[in-house]
Write a protein that binds this ligand. Structure first.
Ligand SMILES: NC(=O)c1ccc[n+]([C@@H]2O[C@H](COP(=O)([O-])OP(=O)(O)OC[C@H]3O[C@@H](n4cnc5c(N)ncnc54)[C@H](OP(=O)(O)O)[C@@H]3O)[C@@H](O)[C@H]2O)c1
Length: 294
C-alpha cells in the first residue's frame, strides 16, 4: 500500500504519546466484509484526518464521495486512490454556502445505491481571545456554519437514505466537548459541542430506525488545524493515520464512541476539580500563539 504523509512529516510517537494513544487492533478483513460495495461520504477530505481516512479505504471495494473546498487536493487524492480498489467522486464545495451544500445533497440523493456511511469531519478551529473578538462576531458565525449548521442540514437530508441502508454517522468530535472549556477557543468549542450534543440527542431515535452513530472524541492531532498554535508543537498529539484507523475500525464495530483511555479521568476531574482547573488555566492563558485562527 502506498503511504501518504499529507503536508506533515511522519509523526513518530514519543514514550508519553505511546502511553496516551494506545495502538488500535484493526482487522482489514472485517472492514472488507462490512464495506463491500458501500458508499461512504467524507467531508473535509482534502487534508488531515479526512484525507487519511480516504487513503485507508483505498484498498476496499467502496465508493468514496470526498468533499472539501480545495479541488486540487481532492483531485490529487482521487488520482492516488483510484490506482487501487476504491472508486472516488469528488465534490468541491464550501459547505457553509447553501447552494453548494444543496448540490452535494442532490448528488447523493441521486446515487442508485444510496448512502451507507457519513464521516462528518469538515471543521474549522479558531484560537482567539475573547478580547480580540469583540468586533469579530463573524468568527462565531463561521465556526457555527461549518461545525454545526452544515452537518445538521446535510444529515437532515441524509437520514432517510441512511435508514434504507442501515447506515452509520461518524462524527469527528473533540475531547473539549466533554471537558472544562479552554479559554481562547470559545467559537470552536461551542460549535463542536453543539454538534456533538445534536448527534447524541438524535442517536437514540436513529438507532431505533437502524442508523448507528459514533462519536470520536479526539485529543490534539498533528494536522494543519493545530499548526498555527505554537504551544501545540511541544504537546502530545496523535498521528492522523492512527486516527484514521480508529475511525475505520468503528465502521465494523459500530461502537457508540471512541475516547482515549484517560478521557473519563479528565471528565470526572472536570466536575470535581473545576475550580482548580480554571485557576491553572487563568495562570497559563494567552501564551504561545503564533497567529490567531484562519
Ligand atoms: N487536529 C486536531 O487537533 C483535532 C482535534 C479534535 C478534533 N478535530 C476535528 O477533526 C476534524 C478534521 O480536522 P483536521 O485536524 O484533519 O484539520 P484539517 O486538515 O484542517 O482538515 C479540515 C478539513 O475540513 C475542510 N473544511 C473546512 N472548512 C470547510 C468548508 N467551509 N467547506 C468544506 N470543507 C471544509 C477542509 O478542507 P478545505 O479547506 O479544502 O475546504 C479540510 O479538509 C475537524 O472537524 C476537527 O474539529 C481535530
Amino acid at each position: 500500500m502506498i503511504t501518504h504523509e499529507s503536508t506533515f512529516p511522519v509523526h513518530r510517537y514519543s514514550f508519553i504519546e505511546k502511553l496516551l494513544f494506545q495502538r488500535v487492533r484493526f482487522t482489514p478483513s472485517k472492514l472488507a466484509q462490512e464495506l463491500n460495495g458501500k458508499t461512504i461520504l467524507i467531508t473535509g477530505a482534502s487534508s488531515g484526518i479526512g484525507e487519511q481516512v480516504a487513503y485507508l479505504l483505498q484498498d476496499f471495494p467502496v465508493h468514496l464521495v470526498l468533499v472539501a473546498r480545495r479541488k486540487e487536493n481532492l483531485m490529487r487524492i482521487k488520482y492516488e486512490i483510484e490506482k487501487n480498489m476504491a472508486t472516488v467522486t469528488i465534490v468541491a464545495a464550501d459547505l457553509r454556502v447553501n447552494d453548494e451544500l444543496e448540490e452535494l445533497i442532490c448528488l447523493i440523493q441521486e446515487l442508485p445505491h444510496g448512502l451507507d456511511i457519513v464521516v462528518s469531519n469538515a471543521g474549522l478551529s479558531i484560537n482567539r481571545s475573547i478580547y480580540e473578538s469583540l468586533d469579530r462576531h463573524h468568527d462565531f458565525e463561521r465556526t457555527m456554519a461549518i461545525n454545526y449548521f452544515a452537518p445538521v442540514k446535510m444529515l437532515l437530508a441524509f437520514i432517510p437514505l441512511l435508514e434504507k441502508n442501515n447506515g452509520q454517522i461518524i462524527n469527528i468530535s473533540t475531547i473539549n466537548a466533554v471537558l472544562v472549556p479552554f479559554p481562547r477557543w470559545a467559537a470552536y468549542q461551542a460549535s463542536k459541542t453543539a454538534f456533538d450534543s445534536w448527534l447524541r440527542s438524535t442517536a437514540i431515535e436513529l438507532q431505533r430506525n437502524g442508523v448507528s452513530t459514533t462519536s470520536i472524541y479526539l485529543p490534539l492531532v498533528k494536522t494543519d488545524m493545530i499548526r498555527p498554535t505554537e504551544a501545540y508543537d511541544r504537546m502530545p498529539a496523535m498521528c492522523p493515520k492512527h486516527v484514521a484507523k480508529i475511525i475505520c475500525k468503528s465502521m465494523y464495530t459500530k461502537c457508540k464512541m471512541y475516547r482515549p483511555w484517560w478521557l473519563p479521568i479528565g471528565q470526572i476531574s472536570s466536575v470535581l476539580f473545576r475550580g482548580t482547573i480554571e485557576k491553572v488555566m487563568m495562570k497559563t492563558t494567552g501564551r504561545g500563539n503564533r497567529r490567531a485562527g484562519s
